[in-house]
Design a protein around this ligand. Sequence first.
Ligand code: PLP
Length: 358
Amino acid sequence: MILLNPGPVNLSDRTRNALLRPDLCHREVEFTELQTTIREKLLKVYELESDRFAAVLLTGSGTAAMEAMIASLVPRNGKLLVIENGVYGERLSKIAKIHGIDYLTLNHSWGTEINLQDLVKLLDDNNDITHLAVVHHETTTGRLNNLAELAPICQERNIQLLVDTVSSFGGEELNFASWGITACAATANKCLHSIPGTSFVIVQREALLSADTAPRTLYLDLATYCREQDQGGTPFTQSVQAFYALAEALSELEEIGGWRARHNYYHELASLVRNGLVAMGIKPLLPPEGSSVVLNAYYLPEGLSYEKFHDELKAQGFVIYAGQGELAKSIFRVSTMGAIAHTDMERFLAVIKHVILT
Ligand SMILES: *Cc1c(COP(=O)(O)O)cnc(C)c1O
């Protein structure tokens, strides 16, 4: 089965086989080595220095990392602005609300580009905002939010930038230095091509120090994790076998040439699919300029319900992904993450052509 949903992804054989390595106690030196290796490799993906940044590993899905980032880094006297233009931006707001964080939202309809004029106005009207949270790649629609344009607005005002990079880390550009990213939350099972179970936050060590006062959460407190992981330990049991797989998937990423090579490969696959679908009269939701290479959304072929389309493709070995909310009736999504070959995508297009014509 070829998974075209945005994670979990198809694994390479080497990553799958890594799951079968020896049983391990999470209080032994072998685990410490494994954990330290992963933390170093994660920083290397975007060439970050370990004295300035820490990769903090959590056992949980991507949402655990989002929640850890927001709940641990916005101090009690801080104020958060959340930019929303899809499901995951709205999830960041829900997290802020649940943890009793003082927050405002800048809401856009799903898929819309962030309105920077509105953002500047809101920040000027609320000069007590200390943190801004935004989704990099809004998987709801495939929109890649433009952090290069947004970051200077935060930097000019000394606002800390917290980014959900769950579906972009490892597959899209993340310029930590020039964008001044304070922290980003991500997961093993999207662009890094490993299994679900491990997620992580990459955070400026300085931000972690200043937030380390009275934690809002026991299980998701980044400062606690970071302190123990720096000493080779872990506060709670980690997903040991998932760590094996993640270490292997990170080695594989390194060997193919890092995030740029993966990005270029996704770009090839995404263009192949886009051109093929457009030739069949299937329209993309967004133009390529505003889209990621990780996932693209398309309007359903005329006269076909999502369910019927999905089931016919699944019967031929392809799992596509439905739209969320209002978009459920009108779109389908195709991701390029995971161990997918050009020939898989060519066959996918051939199958769609057959489904549409019959
Ligand atoms: C997948 C995803 C998440 C997290 O989803 P989980 O199901 O918790 O792994 C968060 N943000 C974005 C942008 C995502 O694509």
